[in-house]
Write a protein that binds this ligand. Structure first.
Ligand code: SIN
Length: 476
């Protein structure tokens, strides 16, 4: 077991502080410790990032890109080490962790290139003797607050565009999975980023967030996490009108229409629902199947789900790792038990697994669900698929939209016209049409309604870290 440190202004620090233990949810063993930083450490990181901003923001986009390209290459060279750490600290199956390292590195690569395409504008003037231009500037010091479920990709999806735009960064990873961030920080150091450009603070989320929020040198907070915490950040940001990007909770509907290719729908539902044991913001959380294909879908889907293997993610054959912690397991259990008490039937699974020493839940399909059940209203964050029979397309759309969330939705139909008409009516930022895995670096990721503000990734991702400065130039 190793004791890791924080990284502020080019130095590894925090050895004198109390530590928090990072627990492997597959076996409850301690993976390592990180320092419990608070306001003092956050303030030092802000000072460092503020100081480094001047020189970093003045580099050419090509110079900044070269640092990011080096980081990208180092991430791929260290793929296995990063993947092993990720699986140890938060449980995801090792093949998914390797995939996440590639996914995380792809954001660094994309934004290394995208930073060279930050264009300003020249706008025709309304009078002679003026030139009207829009210049682009980095927002300043950025704090990236990230969750445990994608310990690498959620950081790089934020720091990639921030650094490419010319901002300096303070990373605050989740206390459940901070060691991946420590390793990423080591790679940033190896890539040669100047001191203070990337900083890492671990520890108390509330104390660190308070310092970040109260210091007006931090010009932007980019956060992935729950809608509840997102709302707190919105309130706290008001005093300084701090820029915010928020990628918050979801409650994704997956609609299977009666002309769907059922095998495609089943494969899509497995990919979407059971990735990361269902602990993904864009995981299908509610499945609506038209009555004509309900029985066929349920049978084929549950047969595939029964075959998913559960266990320690380090085992190469495992499909479903543990949940993140006991509270996660209790939530999943509560959702299933409440649905069953109200008349839902368990088609497969429906049990917690306690004999492996960790916090596991069996891959589960439940039928006969209805909208009154909590599982059809709240994000479960576990390997459970509730399937509801619907008669019409209109009914499916109405159920799908009947939620405060609007992150991701999935539609399965072979008809182009029908697919387009349904998707036009869905209030969701991301839609997978005959596709259960829509995420990629080059596309905008984010939600409507209470699922967030702003977009990450794609052309839009870098806009979140830029200001527009309009310049009116008088000429003789
Ligand atoms: C998330 O859970 O928010 C990230 C999922 C993804 O990037 O595909």
């Amino acid at each position: 077991m190793e004791n890791y440190a924080m990284h502020i202004n080019g130095n590894w620090v925090g050895e004198e502080l109390d530590t928090l233990s990072v627990i492997n949810p597959a076996n409850n063993e301690t993976v390592g410790t990180v320092p419990i930083g608070g306001e003092a450490e956050a303030n030092k990181a802000i000072e460092a990032a503020h100081h480094a901003f001047g020189a970093w923001s003045k580099l050419t986009a090509y110079e900044r890109s070269a640092y990011l390209e080096r980081l990208h290459d180092l991430m791929l060279e260290n793929q296995e080490e990063l993947a092993q750490i990720m699986t140890l600290e938060m449980g995801k199956p090792i093949h998914e962790s390797r995939g996440e390292v590639n996914y995380a590195a792809s954001f660094i690569k994309w934004f290394a290139e995208e930073g060279k395409r930050i264009y300003g504008e020249t706008i025709p003037a309304h009078v002679k003797g003026k030139r009207l231009q829009v210049w682009r500037k980095p927002v300043g010091v950025v704090a990236a607050i990230t969750p445990w479920n994608f310990p690498a990709a959620m950081l790089t999806r934020k720091m990639g565009p921030a650094l490419a735009a010319g901002c300096t960064v303070i990373m605050k990873p989740s206390s459940e999975s901070p060691i991946t961030a420590v390793k990423l920080m080591e790679l940033c150091e190896e890539a040669g980023f100047p001191k203070g450009v990337v900083n890492l603070v671990t520890g108390s989320s509330s104390k660190i967030a308070k310092a970040l929020m109260e210091d007006n040198r931090v010009r932007k907070i980019t956060f992935t996490g729950s809608t509840e915490v997102g709302k707190i950040l919105i309130r706290q940001s008001a005093d300084q009108v701090k820029r915010l990007s928020l990628e918050l909770g979801g409650h994704a509907p997956l609609i299977v229409l009666d002309d769907a290719d059922i095998d495609t729908a089943v494969a899509g539902a497995i990919a979407s629902k059971f990735r990361n044991a269902g602990q993904t913001c864009i995981c299908a959380n509610r499945v609506y199947v038209q009555s004509g294909v309900y029985e066929e879908f349920l049978e084929k889907f549950s047969k595939k789900v029964e075959k998913l293997t559960v266990g320690n993610g380090l085992d190469e054959s495992v499909d479903i790792g543990p949940l993140i912690n006991q509270a996660g397991l209790e939530k999943v259990t509560r959702h299933v038990d409440e649905a069953v008490a109200k008349g839902a039937s368990v088609v497969t699974g429906g049990k917690s697994i306690t004999d492996q020493g960790g916090v596991f839940y069996s891959p589960t399909v439940i039928g006969d669900v209805d909208p009154s059940m909590v599982i059809m209203q709240e994000e479960t964050f576990g390997p459970v698929a509730p399937v509801q029979k619907v008669e019409t397309e209109a009914e499916a759309i109405a159920f799908a939209n009947d939620t405060p969330y609007g992150l991701a939705a999935y539609v399965f139909t072979e008809s182009v016209a029908r697919g387009m008409q349904v998707i036009e009516q869905l209030d969701y930022g991301i839609v997978g049409w005959n596709d259960g895995a829509p995420s990629a670096a080059q596309v905008p990721f984010g939600g409507m309604k209470e699922s967030g503000i702003g977009r990450e990734g794609g052309r839009e991702g870098i806009e979140e870290f830029l200001e527009s400065q309009y310049v009116s130039i008088g000429m003789k």
